[in-house]
Design a protein around this ligand. Structure first.
Ligand code: HEC
Ligand code: HEC
Length: 312
């Protein structure tokens, strides 16, 4: 396989590779008068340069063995280009690719670690979460695949949920976490610009803030509740406690994915939110996902043994 966007680059590279070898051969040919056989004992040419009174620079032809080596190296280069990929788009007679090599190594590695994961095949998430060796594997997997978004302490950041607080957008049962990791999630809050005026959005924001006892203007709360009941209950529920099937967050618990300021909530209402957790079924094996699931579950369900190793 090659990644050239245009056949031109294939020819371009082949031209440079073959041209380089041709140039080397030409150079040798151009200097052939040096190869002339000199009768032994005949006077040696010199360049006429003399230093330090008697240090003469000679003009000997390059030795035979050197010429042969030069030719052999040119032949080696040509042979290599026939066998291996190197001539632009030509795959080489042996059909070698580095991608194949990586795949082979990955398959080998998967075979090697199978016994390690086999131990956990029959265990439940709480059992795995209580196993120190499994927790180490889980943490390493998390640092490699998840930490860039959820943070190395798994506490998340703006728009990336905190995985340690026991507050779940989609649910914290092991099966749900496993589904989140395997298939990914796509949380969409529709934008209401057009249906809701900015002033009404501000009222709704005050109502949302009042749900978690944050400072709010009572009059705006009163008006905002009507807006909320019209536009928001379908997903966030009459009581504001959200809906895990939709990933609609609980608005009453004081945990915020984007922030609790009026301006942020107004922005969420008017612009909407579109947030994606990528699927990992192609990145991780089912065995790895199982251990990772237990590790994430353990973050908010610490067993006494797990507490000692909890991420700081
Ligand atoms: C590219 C960034 C990114 C990566 C990598 C990522 N996540 Fe996520 N994750 C998110 C986002 C964003 C959300 C929220 C999705 C939403 O709002 O619908 C999320 C949501 C979740 C949730 C659901 C939380 C809840 O409250 O229900 C879990 C569990 C989770 N991620 C675990 C993981 C694990 C484990 C990994 C590593 C395999 C991982 N994530 C890798 C971005 C990421
Ligand atoms: C179609 C379902 C749906 C409706 C209707 C909806 N939301 Fe949402 N809302 C969501 C989802 C899903 C998210 C999470 C987005 C994400 O994953 O990033 C969200 C996120 C939010 C957040 C961010 C919470 C945080 O933790 O930062 C606020 C605030 C919010 N919605 C308020 C409202 C208000 C007010 C209304 C009515 C005007 C409303 N929503 C209507 C689905 C909805």
């Amino acid at each position: 396989m090659n990644d050239f966007s245009h056949a031109f680059f294939g020819y371009f590279i082949a031209f440079i590779a073959l041209g380089g070898i041709a140039w080397c051969l030409w150079l040798l040919f151009a200097q052939r008068r040096w190869l002339g056989i000199r009768p032994s004992g005949a006077p040696v040419d010199d360049t006429g340069h003399v230093w330090d009174e008697d240090l003469t620079e000679l003009n000997n032809p390059v030795p035979r063995w050197w010429t042969w080596m030069y030719l052999l190296l040119c032949l080696f280069a040509l042979g290599y280009l026939v066998l291996m990929p190197g001539l632009g788009m030509f795959q080489g007679v042996l059909g070698y690719t580095t991608a194949d090599e990586v795949r082979r190594h990955q398959a080998q590695l998967a075979e090697q670690v199978k016994p390690v994961y086999a131990r956990y095949a029959g265990m439940t998430a709480p059992e795995i979460a209580a196993d120190p060796a499994a927790r180490q594997i889980g943490e390493r997997l998390f640092l490699n695949t998840c930490a860039q978004c959820h943070g190395s302490d798994a506490r998340g950041a703006r728009s990336f949920p905190n995985l340690t607080d026991g507050d779940w957008m989609y649910g914290g049962a092991p099966e749900t976490i496993e589904q989140t990791i395997t298939q990914g999630r796509h949380g969409i809050m529709p934008p209401w610009k057009g249906s809701i005026e900015p002033a009404a959005a501000s009222d709704a924001a005050h109502y949302v803030r009042s749900l978690s006892n944050l400072a709010a203007d009572p009059l705006k709360v009163f008006r905002g509740q009507r807006t909320y009941e019209t536009y928001c209950v379908a997903c966030h529920g009459v009581d504001g406690k959200g809906n895990q099937a939709l990933g609609a967050p609980n608005l009453t618990d004081g945990t915020w994915l984007y922030g609790s300021s009026e301006a942020t909530i107004v922005q969420t209402i008017l612009e909407g939110r579109d947030n994606r957790m990528p699927a990992h079924d192609a990145v991780l094996t089912p065995e790895q996902i199982k251990i990772l699931t237990a590790w994430v579950w353990g973050l908010s369900n610490p067993t006494p043994a797990a507490n000692a190793n909890a991420p700081h």
